[in-house]
Design a protein around this ligand. Structure first.
Ligand SMILES: NC(=O)C1=CN([C@@H]2O[C@H](COP(=O)(O)OP(=O)(O)OC[C@H]3O[C@@H](n4cnc5c(N)ncnc54)[C@H](OP(=O)(O)O)[C@@H]3O)[C@@H](O)[C@H]2O)C=CC1
Ligand SMILES: O=C1CO[C@H](CO)[C@@H](O)[C@@H]1O
Length: 306
């Protein structure tokens, strides 16, 4: 087994999160388990899951195998999951965390995130991405973020989750949460890559002690063919994915590339043993075009970043 060379970042509650994690969105049910096992063997100690990815049962089966085989202990892993937008009411927050825990076969999560600062009508235990009315408009629910956040805080009190945070939050939404939070968000997981550098959000989160996780670090695959990044990959004798993940780590973010390909899973982890020069970091930052792969306007018809 590969030696665990994970580096960690400290969150505002003193808990540590490995800087390199493993994404699971769009990992099909029949391969996600194998990819989780390969990731753990390659050295990943941080797994990024979500109820809406609809593969948590399969992730859980793989975790059971690795725990039962003695390959790794539960406490050596940092496991994140996320509350979907249809489950924001105070009753549903605890109910759906417990469904996620049962699916993953765990008795606690290291980090539970509110997946979007958006509340949709409840669709029952079978989650829908966005329930729509007869005109195709997303059915929003009148549930203030404060209700959801207070329910998230209770999960920490009960010992069901070690840390809580948010995803896809802009500066304004975080200011709102900080105005009533008893437990401050430890993490904001957002789209971060050289096409979407989010400098203002980075500055704000840093000032307020909130760590950032870079999701879609490869631009959901789109950045892999970028000419500038390909040139830098040649210069450093690294893969394009390595350059992109290293860019995120050097900004102080945790990063969660996804792959179901065994060679890429191994390669994407090799980002802790080289450094990109400051001048090349600037070249990467200059690629910014505020491009969002996960644009809530196109996914849900709700332009929350406008
Ligand atoms: N909080 C949120 O709202 C969101 C969270 N996320 C999280 O972030 C994770 C990562 O983001 P994601 O959008 O999946 O996209 P990534 O930016 O990680 O890119 C994944 C894509 O790149 C391919 N790929 C992976 N490694 C390589 C490589 N070394 N060379 C070439 N191609 C590669 C993958 O294909 P293959 O599998 O075939 O290798 C896949 O198509 C998600 O899986 C999820 O866990 C993502 C979006 C939103
Ligand atoms: O994590 C994510 C990926 O899948 C979801 C559903 O399509 C996205 O909305 C979300 O941001």
């Amino acid at each position: 087994m590969t030696t665990n060379k994970n580096n960690y970042l400290s969150m505002n509650n003193g808990k540590k999160i490995p800087v390199i994690g493993f994404g699971t969105w769009k990992s099909p049910k029949n391969v996600v388990g194998e990819s989780i096992k390969q990731a753990i063997k390659a050295g990943y100690r941080h797994l990024d899951c979500a109820a809406i990815y609809k593969n948590e049962k399969e992730v859980g089966a793989a975790l059971k195998e690795v725990f039962d085989s003695g390959l790794i202990k539960r406490e050596e892993l940092f496991i994140t999951s996320k509350l979907w937008c249809t489950c924001h009411s105070k009753e549903n927050v605890e109910k759906h965390l417990k469904i996620t825990l049962a699916d993953l076969g765990l008795d606690y999560l290291d980090l539970y995130l509110v997946h979007w600062p958006l509340a949709f009508e409840y669709t029952g235990e079978c989650l829908e991405i966005n329930p729509v009315d007869e005109n195709g408009n997303t059915k929003l629910a009148r549930i203030p973020m404060r209700q959801t956040w207070e329910a998230m805080e209770k999960l920490v009190d009960q010992g069901l989750v070690r840390s809580i945070g948010v995803a896809n939050c802009n500066v304004q939404t975080i200011i709102d949460i900080l105005s009533y939070a008893r437990i401050r968000p430890a993490m904001n997981q957002v789209e971060l890559n050289p096409y979407n550098t989010q400098q203002r959000l980075k500055y704000f989160c840093h000032l307020n002690g909130i760590q950032l996780t870079a999701y879609s670090p490869l631009g959901h695959g789109k950045l892999i063919t970028d000419k500038v990044v390909c040139e830098l990959a040649k210069k450093y004798n690294r893969s394009v994915a390595n350059i992109l993940c290293r860019w995120a780590i050097q900004q102080g973010f945790t990063v969660i590339p996804k792959s179901v390909n065994p060679d890429r899973i191994k390669d994407n982890f090799k980002v802790l043993d080289f450094k990109i020069d400051e001048s090349d970091m600037s070249i990467l930052n200059n690629l910014n075009k505020n491009l969002r792969t996960c644009d809530p306007d196109s996914i849900f018809g709700v332009p929350i970043f406008a």
